[in-house]
Design a protein around this ligand. Structure first.
Ligand code: FAD
Length: 517
């Protein structure tokens, strides 16, 4: 079927969408899917960050890999750009393409196949545009299997998180999602389609993992699976002192061995929160169940205005006797220095645990803050600098909170493959810090410009102090800044670009390379 084309020139945008290019698209693209240059394309001008709005020339809903390759080739011929759009959950317009073609990756035909390689392991071949929540449901419900490494929130696409890293509380054990795929199908910036893995077309494989969409469009991924547990014991432990919190968090992530279930929790995260009554980021945000209450009299007198919480989870089966589950958890908690009486536990199904942020999404949508701007900041900070970071950033710059979670938990560099395009701090232990701001839109809340300025203050402080840190889900405006971000990996990144997308067609919203015409 030839694409249904409904193109028009936006009245006030004739310069950026010249009629000859728009009309030329109709003839050039022979798609099985559909293309929309009208109102339907406006969806591609939005993202979760809500701070940028750049309409593409057209929004293409590809039916399959052939359509993706065709779009890239047409972008090459018509001097345009092309961006894969996952679920548009970027913050800074990274999936946008002004004067370009945006591909609606979730629209691609469904590709789903599970192969069991042993009793408790296997893999799933899934589409690049699949949502992780759908991968979860299909793997668990039909096969009692599940991917090993997740993100906290699952309405994100496989290709979108693999283009960054994909991090959650399982990453200390299995590495990020980029460490848990063994094969990809990729359409490069030359419009060529390859299957790649560590053994086959390996340079392309490692380039696209964490590659910020710069080298190719991931149309299929092979994701490692493990046996899915039935249940999860979800635990939160409160700390008043940052050094006790980090000591315990580091001991939990370093004592684990991938192969031995007994030594370790299955999930380790942590967050900073306010010693206040604020439901969004104060004491009420910690308990795991409406029946649980945070009793502030348990806090020692010397507790400051910022507190910390370790968040842990342990998998188990329905067939495990409750006393065995309790004993296992008690053993793992033994010796941890959390505040007595400020521990919270709840048992819930595995799917419910992994989909826990969905509930928060529903609440935020009901109150309108899901659709407010989200000037989020994510960083990786080395272990050696995290105490100073806490002293100045959490305790001073963010002393009034951010209206949402301030995640901070350790990860292990050795679980990340240095051949991927992700850049990390140098130390083996580094922390992810995620400032997930949820404030009402201005004038009910602060302006997003003031929050962006606060993010800049944090980054400038880290830079001035010479911290060993990197932005995660990075956003810069100039190539000079990108060069600094990549440091000694910049030349590798440029070589990869020259090899796989020499005219810089792909993901222009990252603002790394200008289109070469
Ligand atoms: P998009 O935002 O649409 O795209 C991101 C970039 O990847 C763009 O440059 C795009 O062009 C490119 N891209 C998209 N698809 C492909 C593809 N198939 N092939 C090649 N390039 C592609 N991240 C974590 O690591 N851990 C978390 O726990 C986590 N939680 C989050 C919670 C929320 C509520 C939100 C909004 C984001 C969260 N993220 C988390 C960030 C998330 O990983 C990024 O937003 C990421 O970009 C994935 O989103 P997406 O699938 O919508 O991709």
């Amino acid at each position: 079927m030839i694409a249904y084309l409904e193109c028009f020139v936006q009245e006030n945008d004739t310069e950026s969408q010249p009629y000859d290019v728009v009309s030329g698209l109709g003839g050039a693209l022979d798609l099985e899917g559909t293309i929309d240059c009208g109102d339907g394309a406006k969806q591609a001008a939005k993202d979760f960050g809500g701070m940028n709005s750049l309409a593409p020339l057209a929004f293409v809903r590809p039916a399959g890999t052939g359509d993706v390759a065709s779009v890239v080739r047409v972008a090459a011929n018509l001097n345009l750009t092309a961006a894969a759009r996952g679920n548009g959950h970027s913050i800074n317009g990274q999936a946008m393409a002004v004067r370009g073609l945006v591909l609606d990756m979730p629209a691609m035909e469904d590709h789903f196949r599970v192969v069991r390689t042993s009793n408790d392991s296997g893999y799933a071949d899934v589409s690049g545009g699949a949502l992780w929540e759908d991968v979860l449901k299909r793997c668990v419900r039909d096969y009692r299997m599940a991917p090993r490494s997740w993100t906290d929130y699952l309405s994100l696409t496989v290709g979108g998180t693999l283009s960054n890293a994909g991090v959650s509380g399982q990453a200390f054990r299995y590495g990020p999602q980029t460490s848990n795929v063994t094969e990809l199908e990729v359409v490069t910036g030359k419009g060529e389609t390859f299957v790649c893995s560590k053994a086959e077309n390996s340079e392309l494989f490692f380039s696209v993992l964490g590659g910020l969409g710069q080298f190719g469009i991931i149309t299929r991924a092979r994701v490692l699976l493990q046996q899915a547990p039935d249940m999860v014991r979800w635990i939160r432990l409160v700390y008043t002192e940052f050094d006790a919190f980090t000591r315990d968090a580091e001991s939990l992530v370093t004592r684990c061995h991938e192969s031995s279930d007994d030594d370790s929790f299955d999930y380790v995260e942590g967050f900073a929160f306010m010693n206040s009554d604020n439901p969004a980021d104060g004491l009420p945000s910690v308990p795991l169940h409406p029946d649980q209450i945070f009793d502030p009299t348990r806090l020692p007198e010397e507790a400051g205005s910022v507190l910390y919480c370790l968040e842990l989870a342990r998998h188990y089966r329905n067939s495990d006797h409750p006393s065995i589950v309790d004993m296992g958890v008690t053993r793992l908690l033994d010796g941890l220095a959390f505040v007595e009486g400020l521990e919270f536990q709840v048992d819930l199904g595995y799917e419910e645990f992994l989909l826990r942020v969905k509930q928060a999404e529903e609440h935020a949508k009901a109150s309108g803050i899901w659709d407010s701007p989200h000037p989020w900041l994510n960083l990786f900070v080395s272990k050696s600098d995290i105490a100073d970071f806490d002293r100045v950033v959490f305790k001073k710059i963010l002393k009034d909170g951010i209206g949402g979670p301030m995640l901070v938990y350790p990860l292990l560099r050795s679980k990340w493959d240095a051949r991927t395009s992700v850049v990390l701090p140098d130390s083996e232990i580094f922390y992810i810090v995620a400032l997930l701001r949820f404030t009402p839109a201005y004038p009910k809340g602060p302006s997003f410009e003031s929050l962006v300025a606060q993010n800049q203050e944090i980054v400038q402080y880290c830079t001035k102090k010479g911290f060993d840190f990197k932005l995660y889900l990075p956003h810069y405006r100039s190539q000079e800044e990108w060069k600094r971000h990549f440091g000694n990996q910049w030349s590798r990144f440029v070589e990869r670009k020259t090899c796989f997308d020499p005219t810089a067609i792909l993901s222009p919203g990252q603002k790394i390379f200008p289109r070469i015409i």
